[in-house]
Design a protein around this ligand. Structure first.
Ligand code: AVJ
Length: 323
């Protein structure tokens, strides 16, 4: 990538980050967009989250990919034609690598197109994946899911297989997930496939613990966004004046995290002053949990047809194939 492109993207991203941050903090109630968690430090803290005792999601989906990649790749390649494998929120691809291997072992003709909001994730992937999988044809895209998805669907006229794993859809409310899936369906052709991962409703204590870990890693993950605003948007949040609060509602399946202002205070972001009352909250993130019936409903409402489901042994998690 040339230096000029890097600088242009950065400026664009920064303006958008500032606008969205101010919009969220000038709203009532206040909110932030969880996609901004992932700066270099956020990426690192998220790695630590995935390694936490309490964060069962990673192992559960890893188990699915590790032991059922052959079946997954069979389902993907059933019609034998070449395709583009587009992965939304690819991360470090430690899970999808099992699927990629299996596809390569079966001599399938495909390109891997990882999309991630984190610039450094994409450059890492492009550098490191070819070392592990020399035959892999990879073209990473850095940006917002939807913008990059549009770009990705225009790369070739091959059929598309979209991977949306890791319970990334959990970061949307059910209403937003419906809009997202509908738009995705419209972007795809009738024979394209979607492989989508959901964290399932389960014991509420277990879910809450995953987002309220004893070691305080999720707490630092949330607070890091304030730090990022300080660094990148000239903010002056005092992190000690905010407290992490996580909640899970078993009825709706919504797991939400908040930062609570511990006192009446003013925070400056650039030239803007933002007032926080004592105990006022910033809604930081939703991690929506699904029942199997919720998942089928989502497919049906958005024009997809559920084809197959893959579970871990505890049924904590499901990767579903939709057409
Ligand atoms: C990356 C959206 C799947 O919601 O479980 C983990 C992000 N936030 N702990 C999730 C997250 C706090 C994660 N996803």
């Amino acid at each position: 990538m040339s230096t000029t492109t890097t600088i242009e993207t950065t400026t664009d991203n920064k303006t958008q980050f500032l606008q969205e941050t101010l919009t969220g903090l000038q709203s009532e109630p206040k909110f932030m967009r969880s996609k901004y968690f992932y700066d270099a430090t956020g990426d690192r803290i998220f790695q630590q989250i995935m390694e936490m005792e309490e964060y069962y999601l990673t192992n559960a989906e890893m188990e699915i990919l590790r032991y059922q990649s052959a079946q997954l790749s069979q389902a993907i390649t059933a019609d034998g034609t070449a395709f583009d494998l587009i992965e939304l929120g690819a991360g470090d691809a430690t899970k999808s690598i099992h699927l990629l291997k299996s596809l390569l072992d079966n001599k399938m003709e495909f390109s891997y197109v990882p999309i991630d909001i984190s610039e450094h994730v994409i450059s890492d992937l492009e550098e490191n994946l070819p070392k592990k999988l020399p035959e892999l044809d990879i073209k990473g895209l850095n940006g917002d899911y939807f913008d990059m998805l549009k770009k990705a669907t225009q790369l070739s006229d091959r059929r598309k297989v979209v991977l949306f794993m890791g319970a990334n859809i959990g970061n949307m409310t059910i209403a937003d997930a419906e809009d997202f899936c509908s738009s995705l369906k419209q972007l795809l052709s009738p024979n394209d496939l979607l492989i989508i991962g959901f964290d399932l409703k389960k014991n509420p204590q277990q879910i809450l613990a995953a987002y309220n870990d004893k070691g305080g890693i999720t707490r630092s993950f949330n607070l890091n966004l304030l730090q990022r605003i300080n660094k990148e948007l000239d903010g002056n949040f005092n992190l000690e004046n905010f407290e992490h609060y996580a909640s899970y509602d078993p009825a709706s399946g919504a797991c939400k995290s908040y930062l609570i202002s511990l006192k009446n205070q003013i925070v400056n972001i650039g030239r803007q002053a933002i007032h926080f009352a004592e105990n006022e909250y910033i809604f930081m993130e939703i991690s929506q949990k699904y029942a199997l019936s919720d998942i089928d409903q989502l497919a049906e409402k958005t024009g997809f047809k559920p084809l197959q489901r893959f579970f871990d042994q505890h049924q904590y998690f499901v990767d579903a194939i939709w057409k």
